[in-house]
Design a protein around this ligand. Sequence first.
Ligand code: MTE
Ligand code: MOS
Length: 805
Amino acid sequence: MNARDEPARGLASGKALAHESAHLHVTGRAHYVDDLPVPADALHLALGQSRVAHGRIRSMDLAPVLAAEGVVATLTARDVPGENNYGAVVHDDPIFADDEVQCVGQPLFAVVATSYQAARHAAVLARVEYDELPAILDIREAVALQSFVLPSVHLARGDVDRALAAAPHTLSGSFSLGGQEHFYLESNVALALPQDDGSMLIHSSTQNATEVQQVVAHALGVPFNEVVVQCRRMGGGFGGKESQPALFAAVAAIAARKTGRAVKLRPDRETDMTMTGKRHDFEVDYRVGFDAHGRILALDLVLASRCGYSADLSGPVNDRAVFHVDNCYFLENLRVVSHRCKTHTVSNTAFRGFGGPQGMMAIEAVIDAIARHRQCDPLDVRRRNFYGKTARNVTHYDMTIEDNIIAELTDELVRSSGYAARRAAVDAANAASPVIKRGLALTPVKFGISFTATHLNQAGALVNVYTDGSVRINHGGLEMGQGLHTKVTQVVADELGVAASAIRICATDTSKVPNTSPTAASSGTDLNAKAAQAAARSIRERMTRFLSARYRLPEEAIRFAAGRVTLGQQSLAFGEAARQAWHARVSLSSTGYYATPKIHYDPKTMKGRPFFYFAYGAAVAEVAVDTLTGETRLLQVDILHDVGRSLNPAIDIGQIEGGFLQGVGWLTCEELWWDDRGALRTRAPSTYKIPTASDWPERACVRLLERAENREDTIFRSKAVGEPPLMLAMSVFHALRDAVAAAAGDAAAMRLMAPATPEAVLYALGACAHARAPAQMSMLAKTPAPTNAPTNAPTNAPTIPQAAT
Ligand code: MTE
Ligand code: MOS
């Protein structure tokens, strides 16, 4: 590579600079959409939601709503001027339910009023009558009824049946894995402002400004250029604002179009929780063949996920689950079937890891089962199955892994965490402690970076240099707290040789950088920093050409660094150089564009190279379990994570810690509970428990892998960091299983499902009768379904026919 491709990282990149808005976040001065001033005559919206899981709307009388104080208008499906849909991939997501309702909480109508309180009070006055239909509320029931939002996907390699038949040992089992509420601190929100030319300006809290623009345009029946979407920052998105903000923006825009006034829709937490999709919960069945050392010879796997009533992003989410069922392990003979189940619950969506965590939890459950069968440390079984470097290094989707560092990374973590000594200490402590049992586990992570939808791997940027040398950047990525804008600023600072403090980033705006991809798949920096770098580079190159001619110097003699431009023996302030260039009519504004190279894959066969590279990490967790109450505590975590050459170690460590703890929440305390009529009961922080600062372990050692470098040509050889650390939390779940095994044996440990709530722990220990009901029937082919298992199917559900194959 030459110096032009890889300018030495300057003063900004690689430094632990504070988040560009940290001072605003901590002083409460950062503006979120709800903080923007609204016109004096602005109106507010509330949504009327379905009370039944599945049914036909027999009648909907909104007269009492309209008559209520402060109400200006009501909106139903009939008031949508264009298309009544916000499903971006499959058009199966009505903005307002029309005729059929498919989940409790689905929006039926909206109330436009002079205040949010007035709109909310009026919304409950609607008289809605339904003809109820049977509702499917359970994943296995959906599989049995072949109720799917999309066709099932099959991916196979090798001869699974023969390898299973020949394997010295086989096991089969099931695993259940709960979903997760995003619980972004800022709920969904949209503000629609009609413009004098008839176009619509939307402020939306979104990870996907372009999709919001397109959905609003379709709903209004206008071309895309009549809608402008802006977002300066989100108070968290975590995948929950990839597709769903479009619904809120569309309703606000329809109301603004109808009334000609500014309209804001900011649902309260309960509305947001009952209306929006979550992480997919999964049911997993497996049959595995292995040798005496626990090396996997064949694996037959069925994954079934709750997609809810529509497709949303469930196709790509489940594809990513299929791509990640290997985690770090070579699976020579593998068959995966992935069912995308249609249930009458909210339409599930992206959530940090995007299906990857679920696929990885499936294989980790299999590994754990093998280790318990062989009576050995699960870490040994994990290591025995690791991908090789030159052999056993091709994934089940035909991608050769070129950057495999998992064995070295694991070895280093085993050393630095004192794993062996602590294993002995935990066993000794357990022998002497009858009630409190400790557990220890190390789990690895390999996570593929790129959107699996290849066309999304592109980005654009716009960089403006002003004549005093100050700089404004626009790019297609969205800031949700992850530090994207900070990293992009650092990269542009180094490209122009100016201080990061000389640069400001604008709100993301579809009228400045168009046709953007969502900020997702952890690739925000990989894509947008490269695009912004390209934009800044064109400006620097134009300035260099101009200065070279004006000062009669070869271009090589002109250097941009530390806010100055060196011209042979003399130097100019960057601002003076910019002013001279402008005066000579040289453009100081440029767009930049980037498309990820090398990636391709065939969605039909699912084979190819869907990922540019992999991010790796590993974690050791130590926990304590109170076997009388089921309460658990994370005592210590040691994390070693690979971010390549870090662009900003402070932000990267923050992403690792935050991602890890969010994963711990998913696998331990966060439990979504629907009642037997399909209503979500865990709809507020009082009943839905997310981890807090006090759940952070007393002893934590979080380290970036040293001397790490992305072998691919990413921005300054860094690696994406947004999602992969979430999966480090698998160590906590497996440490809990280890503790349960110490208390009540391996069979008890195998009964522990995720989330490992106190109830689930007590259930596994055999100390309580019911937590989450065990699997009813196998989804594996050619396996006779057990017929005598007690059913917990809700009473209003259809009966389950036998065996689904
Ligand atoms: N970090 C914060 N603070 N808030 C968020 O909402 N979202 C995560 C991750 N880290 C999130 C976060 C998710 S789901 C993704 S895909 C990435 O950030 C997106 O940003 P990036 O691509 O710039 O890493
Ligand atoms: Mo992240 S789930 O890709 O928004």
